[in-house]
Design a protein around this ligand. Sequence first.
Ligand code: PLP
Length: 403
Amino acid sequence: MSICLTDEVTNLSFGQQMAAIPGPSIIPHRVLEAMARPMTDLYNGPIVEASNEIRAALPEVAGTSGDVFIVTSNGHGAWQMATSNTLAKGDKVLVLESGQFAAVWGRYTAVSEVDVEVLPGTFRDPVDPVAVADRLAADTEKEIKAVLCVHVDTASSVRNDIPALRAAIDSADHPALFMVDCIASMGCEEFRMDEWGVDIAIAGCQKGLMVPPGIAFVWASKKALAAHAGADMRVGYFDWAERLSAKSQYHYYAGTPPLAHLFGFREALRIVEEEGGWPRVWERHTALATGVRAAVDAWAHPEGIEFNITDAAHRANCVTTIRTNSVDPELFRARCEQQAGLVLGLGIADVSGFRLAHMGHLNPPMLLGAIGTIEAVLHSLGAPVSGSGAAAAAAALGEAIGQ
Ligand SMILES: *Cc1c(COP(=O)(O)O)cnc(C)c1O
C-alpha cells in the first residue's frame, strides 16, 4: 500500500531524486551513455569486442576459473538456468532460509517437479551451519542433490557465512551441489567461488554491478557442469550444452545479444578497473556500510527504529533492513520520497520497516545525503532517536577516509 500525501505538504524534493533501493541501484552516467548508442552489427565489430572483454573479466568477479554464462534476463532467469541445467525431476533440494529470497528460489524450482525442502531459519539471523550439517548428516541415502542459499538476503539484509556453510556440507561428507544466489552481493561483498567451494554462483547486473536490469550471470564449477549430463529439466533457451558449443556469439547468447546492456556493463567494468579492482570496491562498500551501521546504532531506540539483523557480524555491506517499531513505515517512506526526494526500499516479507541500499555506484555525499534525509524525516515525525545518525555516520566515514 502506498500513501499519497496531499499537495499542501512542504515539498523539498525538487532536486535530483535518489533511489536508495536494493536494486535497481544507482547507475553511473558513463554506463547510461555507453548504452545510448545506435545498434551495431550483432555478429562482428564493437559488440564482439565488448562481449569478449566482458567474458574475460567475469570469472574474476566471482573468484573462479570456471565457466560463466550470460543470460538476457533478470535474476529469476538465472535461478532457472542454474537449476534446469543441473537437476532432474524428482530430485530433492535443500533450501536454506534466512529471509525471503532462497525460499522464493525454492518455490520457482518446485514448479519443475523438484522436491524442495526448506530448512527453516529466522528473519533476523543467518543460516545456522550446525543445522545444515545435521540435516545433511541425516541424509544417509544422499537424496539431496543441491543446497540452495543466498549470500546476502535482500529482504532481511543478512549476510550468510558461505565458507562456514561449505564446511557444514563437507562435515557431513555430502555430495550435494552448493548453489549460492549472489544477486544482491556480487560486486559489493568479497566472494571467492573456487576457494569457498561454491558450485554455482548467480548474479544480476542491476545491483552491485551497476547496469540497468536485463542481464544476469551464472558461474558454474566443473562439478556443476558434470551434473548437466544427468539433468532432465533442460530448456533450450537456458541450455548450457547449446551455449558451450556455440560457434558464434549469437548462439552463446541463445539469440540476439543484449547489445546495449553489454556496452553498459563493459563501461561498469572499466569503472571498477579505475577504482583499482574488486577488492577496492569491496573495501569501499565495507567503509560505507560502517557509516550506515554507525547511523542506525545512533538512532536505535526501544520505541523508535532498530536493526533487523541482530548480530552485527552478519549485517550485509550492500543493504540494511531497519525495523520501525512505533513509526508508520508507509508514512515514513512516503515522506522521504514525496517531500524529500529519497526513495527507500519497502520492508518486505516479515518486516515492518524499510531498507536502505548501499550498493554499487555510491560515495559519501550520496550516502550521507540519504542518511541525513532519513534523520530529517524521522525528526519530522517526532520519532524517538537516541542520537544523531548523520553525525555518527560522518564520524565513521571520516575515520575510514583518514586511514
Ligand atoms: C534482487 C534479488 C533477486 C531477484 O532478482 P530479479 O533480478 O528481480 O529477478 C533474487 N535474489 C536476491 C538475493 C536479490 O537481491
